[in-house]
Design a protein around this ligand. Structure first.
Ligand code: SF4
Length: 410
């Protein structure tokens, strides 16, 4: 069996071993999501390139596709370079160089809310812990608007709920788990506190908890449909715990009240720290290298918001790694689909619509490069020797495209 780093989600599990014999995949350490990701990466591991005119696709060589892609991007006055949340850090660096060379604008799915969340003053509160710290110290864990059973399967079993840690001797028996969401989720099955609230009521719950924790007033009636007993019980456990960690997700960021919710989280952290206990809030996002993309692009001035796509600010697009036409909100996906499109990445809906499409080998198989885990820890891929045949890494394609465009420009 060979060591593999799974990039099926932002946990980037590096404790996985895999063996492929007679077309069958045997693995240890992969969750269901990771196993599916690996299977589809192996199945689609034959580099393909095509061009499309009037809806008719023609298979071409990689060199021809790159020539056509360079031509299309060079004829654009304002291209958008979208994607990168599933690309290695090294590929993102090439993307930034390409954006500069073309005078283009770069954007990622993080622009749908995560980048804004990480710029909130909440994140100036010394929240820099990693998931190992959570495993060793997280006594009270709250998944708030995030559901790891859907997107980051091993988060509870590896870091936040089940494992024993230095100060968590009994594992789950030593932890208290809360889930706050707008619907009943699988994650709630393992929770001691289950709060199902109407959409947009997160800050009201946070405000009530803050007043109860800090002792400024006591909850006397329902808040957002949650009874006082439940809220007082949760606040009591938070007061008792030495270390509380909230993992917040799209329910906080994309509910339309992101700013109020993030300010509510900030007030919560202040209140818990105010009684002498540790408290942290960490974001949850499923895309494998969304944190690497945010980190790499945060200092770049030429980034764009998704609304610019809808506004029709661009005249061509290069999509790398992300199945943008599936992931983007309807209006943005529609606007993007109207543009002359070059796609580089694993096969999907976007590859089937692009004017130039180059389908590459997933990095789980190429095993080259680095990504940043959910907590920003850098993880290096591991080379997988038995899958050396016919590899075409996204990084190699980007490097060749950049070289071609630079040559044309010089
Ligand atoms: S939790 Fe994520 S990274 Fe880990 S094995 Fe599952 S899909 Fe892969």
């Amino acid at each position: 069996m060979e060591d593999v780093v799974c990039n099926g989600c932002s946990l980037l599990c590096d404790d996985v071993v895999v063996e492929v014999t007679d077309g069958e995949v045997h693995s240890l350490g992969l969750c269901r999501l990771g196993h599916q990701h690996l299977l589809s990466s192996i199945e689609s591991n034959s580099p393909q390139a095509s061009t499309r005119e009037s809806g008719k696709a023609t298979e071409v060589s990689i060199d021809e596709a790159l020539e056509r892609a360079a031509e299309l991007l060079l004829s654009s006055e304002r291209p958008i370079l979208y994607g990168w949340s599933g690309s290695t850090n090294e590929t993102i660096t090439l993307g930034l160089e390409l954006a500069k060379t073309l005078g283009g604008i770069i954007a990622t799915p993080a622009n749908l809310g995560m980048t804004q969340a990480l710029s909130h003053t909440l994140h100036s509160m010394d929240l820099g812990i990693d998931l190992e710290y959570v495993r060793n110290n997280g006594e009270l864990i709250i998944y708030w608007g995030s559901d790891p059973t859907e997107s980051s399967h091993r988060h509870p079993s590896k870091f936040a709920v089940l494992p024993r840690g230095e100060n968590i001797p009994e594992g789950i028996e030593s932890r208290t788990i809360g889930v706050v969401d707008v619907r009943n989720t699988e994650t709630m099955k393992m929770a001691n506190h289950r709060l199902i609230i109407p959409p947009g009521m997160d800050s009201a719950i946070l405000e009530a908890l803050v007043s109860e924790i800090s002792g400024t007033s006591s909850i006397a009636s329902d808040v957002a449909g949650i009874g006082p007993q439940e809220l007082i019980g949760l606040a009591r456990n938070i007061r008792k715990a030495d270390c509380t960690v909230i993992f917040y997700g799209s329910g906080i960021i994309n509910s339309g009240n992101a700013d109020a919710n993030l300010s509510g989280l900030q007030a919560f952290i202040e209140a818990v720290r105010g009684i002498g206990k540790q408290a942290f809030a960490l974001p949850m996002a499923p895309e494998s290298n969304i944190m690497g993309a945010i980190k790499s692009l945060s200092t770049d001035a030429s980034t764009s918001s998704i609304t610019d796509i809808v506004a029709g600010d661009f005249d061509a697009a290069l999509v790398v790694g992300d199945d943008a036409l599936v992931e983007l909100p309807g209006s943005a996906a529609k606007a993007l689909a109207q543009l002359p499109l070059v796609y580089i990445g694993p096969p999907g809906i976007t590859s089937g619509k692009a004017r130039v499409s180059i389908c590459i080998t997933d990095d789980v198989i190429t095993g080259i490069g680095t990504m940043n885990r959910l907590d920003l820890v850098e993880i290096e891929f591991k080379q997988w020797n038995s899958q050396k045949e016919e590899r075409l890494a996204e990084h190699d394609v980007m490097a060749r495209l950049l070289e071609l465009i630079r040559k044309e420009k010089s």
